[in-house]
Design a protein around this ligand. Sequence first.
Ligand code: C2O
Ligand code: CU
Length: 471
Amino acid sequence: MDRRQFLQHSALLLAASGAGRAVAAPPTADPLSLRAGPLLRRFRGIDAPTEVWGYNASLPGPTLRLRQGARLRATLENQLPEVTTLHWHGMRVPHAMDGVPGITQPPVAPGQRFDYEFVARDAGTYWYHPHHRSHEQIGRGLAGAVIVEEAQAPEVDQDLVWLLADFKLDPRTGAHAPFDVIAEHAESGRLGNVFTINGELAGADFDFPVQSGQRVRLRLINAATARVFQLRFAQHAPLQIAFDGQAVPPHAPSEGQIALAPGQRVDLILDCAAAPESRHLVSDAASGRSLATMRYLPLPALAHDRFKAPLRLARNELPTLNLKKPSEHTIEFKGGDSGPPIIGMVDGKPVPYKDMRERHKLAWTLNSESLAEDAKTITPLLVAKRGSTQVLNLVNSTGFIHPMHLHGNFMRVLSQNGVRRPFEEWRDTVALQPFDEIQVAFVAEEPGDWVFHCHLLEHAAAGMVGVFRIE
Ligand code: C2O
Ligand code: CU
């Protein structure tokens, strides 16, 4: 079999553990298994091993690579001590495959399995993760990348994935810090002290080897529950080519910093033009930490013609907005410990903030509703006709950042605080800065209840979840 035939035969190329390394497993007609379960990891600087959760005994789970239009079949096997599911973040999957317990499927009990199967409609960088107590299950490590390859991808020398995460560990015992601290849920979330890239400790020692003259595509995924990254590449000028898997005109990030809120992805092109054997830090300006070192190999520089090749990605076929006659809705976010006291609707009853917080462990509202994961009643935030265009005025009346994620549909970002976006930008996760107003639009696609929630996952755990009903 030559390489081309090999690719044609394998609907699904499964890269082995260690996301980012391009290792293709032999093609298989069988569905792939993803076994969620505990494993032990030792992080430098932490005195004892940590029990993390991963898939197939790997942290993060294996990177799934498939071509656009291929069918993904995966069986989740639950070897955790609690229920779980798989959500395919950003992928437009049929409603029954969306992985939201109680809304799209029953939760998968320990020892049980669930089969997921769908066609990868859109090319781009996506990820999978559980959708039960996500702040804890993702916080313990459950996540993996899904890469859907374009029919025609820009030519690069390396195509890498960096799944960024953080863990909040006791430096002595290696144990996870508690997951349900309401004072964290009602503020900026649970911020970890151990940063990882593809499950390895991030820091100046994290090795990122390149050869001078190489063009590298770097797919960044923010799988941290609460941390916002602002990435800088010293002496390099990365170009952003996709947000949340969707093509954008190649452009430099503002102030040279790549902003990545929880849940979001950015695809970068890095032209590596520095001298052989030079070293350059990759750092996070938000935390002031070093994350990695670009290490130029002691190899002669390649000719730079690579850098002239076209970069622009083909767009996925997203539905066309009808902005002449949209339905318009305002969704206002309120709450948090440092905000003005609010009254939230909890299971249909008004509850003052103090009781929301103390009795229900809730702290945030969307249009006054605060939805606990085990809520008995769900009042949709909006009801949309299939095929209709919905315009949302998202109003952040809090002093906190909220990356808002919509399942099953991409949102076009129209404007931020009245300023129109300079280019067409589609997102599944839109980050609102404190007191931002952002206008987005989407075409209601498949019927069903689709979750719309904050991907700062402690906020979601504290009520910042709603449902869009498409009929
Ligand atoms: Cu990545 Cu509803 O989540
Ligand atoms: Cu939030």
